[in-house]
Write a protein that binds this ligand. Structure first.
Ligand SMILES: C[C@@]1(CC(=O)O)C2=NC(=C\c3[nH]c(c(CCC(=O)O)c3CC(=O)O)Cc3[nH]c(c(CC(=O)O)c3CCC(=O)O)/C=C3\N/C(=C\2)[C@@H](CCC(=O)O)[C@]3(C)CC(=O)O)/[C@H]1CCC(=O)O
Ligand SMILES: NC(=O)c1ccc[n+]([C@@H]2O[C@H](COP(=O)([O-])OP(=O)(O)OC[C@H]3O[C@@H](n4cnc5c(N)ncnc54)[C@H](O)[C@@H]3O)[C@@H](O)[C@H]2O)c1
Length: 221
């Protein structure tokens, strides 16, 4: 079994092809659409959700079987048909073209696999068992859902603004580092959980930076 390297891929507007239109293809397409990829499904039949996506213009569906040459110009392909020989052929074309390829039934023929994903806005927690047991990956992800609740979406939006504010307002590198550490303290997320998880105004963000900067500088003198 491979030891995989986890990465976060930017698929925005990239040509991503999915061969097959069943439940597995649907799941992979959903993740690609979250990443704003340009998705083409090639399959004689598709699930109602994929058909709906096609009708809404969210993805392209070519209603036919895979044919060699379909992968020309693609960034990534998913071989998710229920025909092992077709999936093998897709993997072979992808390898010859140097395209990223995921193979649903024979993962070892591809060069990446999907983790189970928990999203809370900007927070992405990916769980993989390296192929040992996808259902266990799902179960672990579900357990993490309890520890990382919806407040993390608001917290990461706040952290994004706080970091930008700190970088703009605080020039001393040591003070800046101290404030960045404080903003990254998960107690801030807990506070959002216990209080109302709401958006901070720019004034509140600037005030937080000012107060904490003063507190830090007082502690140093
Ligand atoms: C996490 C998740 C993400 C996703 O798909 O996006 C995912 N599989 C999920 C569900 C799921 N998969 C399977 C079942 C049926 C139950 C069962 O058999 O256990 C269910 C449940 C269902 O479908 O409901 C069967 C299965 N899966 C693979 C094979 C082939 C093999 O093992 O050789 C077979 C046998 C096929 C057969 O024999 O028919 C292979 C892979 N599945 C992976 C990912 C990759 C490894 C992930 C890891 O371990 O880190 C890897 C290697 C490649 C890949 O797909 O990228 C998603 C859960 C999402 C969530 O809910 O959170
Ligand atoms: N990796 C995973 O997470 C995972 C999970 C479950 C099953 N699987 C495996 O993934 C594969 C697909 O599973 P599914 O449940 O989506 O199957 P499914 O039967 O629901 O769908 C198969 C799809 O492949 C299409 N297809 C068949 N021949 C084709 C061809 N020549 N060109 C293009 N499309 C073609 C069919 O039209 C259909 O839409 C199976 O091999 C299954 O064993 C993988």
């Amino acid at each position: 079994m491979s030891t995989y390297v986890p990465v976060m891929l930017d698929c925005k507007d990239r040509a991503c092809i999915v061969i097959g239109g069943g439940q597995v293809a649907e799941r992979k397409v959903k993740e690609l659409l979250v990443g704003q990829a340009s998705v083409t499904v090639i399959s004689p039949s598709v699930t109602p959700a994929l058909r709906h996506g096609h009708e809404q213009g969210e993805l392209r569906w070519l209603s036919r079987k895979y044919a060699e040459g379909d992968l020309q110009g693609a960034f990534m392909v998913h071989a998710a048909s229920d025909d092992p020989q077709v999936n093998e052929n897709v993997a072979a074309e992808a390898r010859a073209r140097g395209i990223l390829v995921n193979v649903a039934d024979q993962p070892q023929l591809g060069n990446f696999i999907h983790p189970s994903v928990l999203r809370r806005g900007r927070l992405v927690i990916s769980v993989s068992t390296s192929g040992a047991g996808p259902l266990a990956a799902r179960a672990i992800r579900r357990r993490l859902e309890e520890d990382f609740g919806k407040e993390f979406e608001a917290y990461l939006d706040l952290l994004y603004d706080l970091r930008n504010g700190i970088k703009q307002q605080v020039s001393d590198p040591v003070t800046r580092q101290a404030l960045l550490r404080k903003a990254s303290d998960l107690r801030l997320a807990d506070a959002l959980h216990h209080g109302a998880a709401r958006t901070w105004s720019m004034e509140e963000i600037q005030q937080w930076i000012k107060d904490n900067q003063e507190e830090w500088e007082c502690g140093q003198s």
